[in-house]
Design a binder for this molecule. Structure first.
Ligand SMILES: [Zn+2]
Length: 318
């Protein structure tokens, strides 16, 4: 009997060792351009609802506590608030998910004056702030469109202060990617009835995302000596509606736990200095690397979007 107990204990420990050794990741999934990203806007209200219901349902099933970032200008039809679009947002809220501000009309901080950008931020909370509070939640996270944060330190800091004074926390991104190009290719294939093509695009998408996650993991180790809590950016589109479950499975198989944006931001890596003011909308890992003086060597071999996907989507740069 004692022997059997010991035997069970040894077996138990043997099972635990690989779990402890490989359980290494935490990731928050963030989804931009709600109520629905560009490709889906041409679809009928019924199809838009199906896309969002499936996306949200799959995320719920995978226990991923996501946040969606809204562009409020998408909530109007003929200058009137659209019930259909508000109902799309309620799908997220009814599932217990958070919503955040992505500006009213998706302007770039690099392209407009600070005043115009600040107006776009405030116009972006007119509907959602009260909608979200009705669910006992706060509308407190802000995602910069195009991940562009200002072309000078003065502008960047002015916008940061404005956001802070208005109760917002910036939502950075560590795992940046060109998923939107795969989404455009997928939408084209689906809307033209090419099922085989859509499956090929989706398969390529999943491989690409896996390689991006692995690349940023590696960069995290190079920069911090550990795998930090990541924040992934994707969009509210048909590609993710159909394949988020598979993408979440890939992430889970890499031993990641899904966490909220707020939990991810507790990682002290997010306190790292970021003085990046060039044009690109890049990952915060890249920003921290550039700020700390990393050479070009650090950035080489980043996975790129397959050329044929770009050609098929009719997009010529990432
Ligand atoms: Zn966006």
């Amino acid at each position: 009997m004692i022997k059997l107990k010991h035997y069970s204990l040894v077996i138990g420990i043997l099972f635990l060792i690989p779990v402890c050794f490989f359980a290494q990741g935490k990731i928050a999934i963030t989804i931009d351009d709600l109520p629905i990203a560009a490709g889906g806007r041409k679809c009928s209200p019924q199809v838009q609802t199906q896309i969002i219901e499936k996306l949200v349902g799959s995320l719920k099933k995978m226990h991923a506590p996501v946040i969606g970032f809204v562009n409020e200008n998408q909530l109007y039809d003929d200058q009137k608030v659209s019930k259909v679009k508000i109902d799309l947002l309620k799908i997220w809220l009814n599932a217990g998910f958070d919503l955040g501000n992505h500006t009213y009309s998706h302007k770039s901080a690099n392209q407009v004056s600070v005043k115009e950008y600040e107006e776009d931020i405030l116009n972006g909370e007119k509907i959602c702030k009260s909608l979200v509070s009705g669910y006992g939640k706060e509308y407190k996270y802000f995602r910069h469109p195009y991940l562009q944060t200002g072309r000078s330190l003065e502008v960047k800091h002015e916008i940061e202060s404005f956001l802070n004074n208005n109760g917002y926390t910036i939502a950075p991104v560590t795992i940046d990617n060109s998923e939107w190009i795969y989404a455009a290719a997928y939408e084209k294939a689906v809307s033209s009835g090419k099922t085989d093509s859509s499956k090929i695009v989706a398969k390529e998408y999943l491989l690409y995302m896996k390689s991006k996650i692995e690349w940023y993991e590696k960069k995290s180790f190079e920069l911090f000596g550990r795998n930090i809590s990541h924040i992934l950016l994707i969009h509210a589109n048909r590609l993710n509606s159909d394949y988020i479950e598979k993408l979440c499975s890939i992430i889970s198989e890499k031993n990641y736990d899904f966490i909220t944006l707020g939990e991810a931001l507790k990682d002290k890596a997010y306190k790292s200095e970021d003085t990046f003011i060039k044009a690109g909308g890049i990952s915060w890992i890249d920003r921290w690397a550039l700020t700390s003086g990393k050479s070009k060597e650090f950035f080489k071999d980043e996975p790129r979007t397959e050329k044929w996907v770009m050609d098929y989507a009719g997009i010529d740069s990432e």
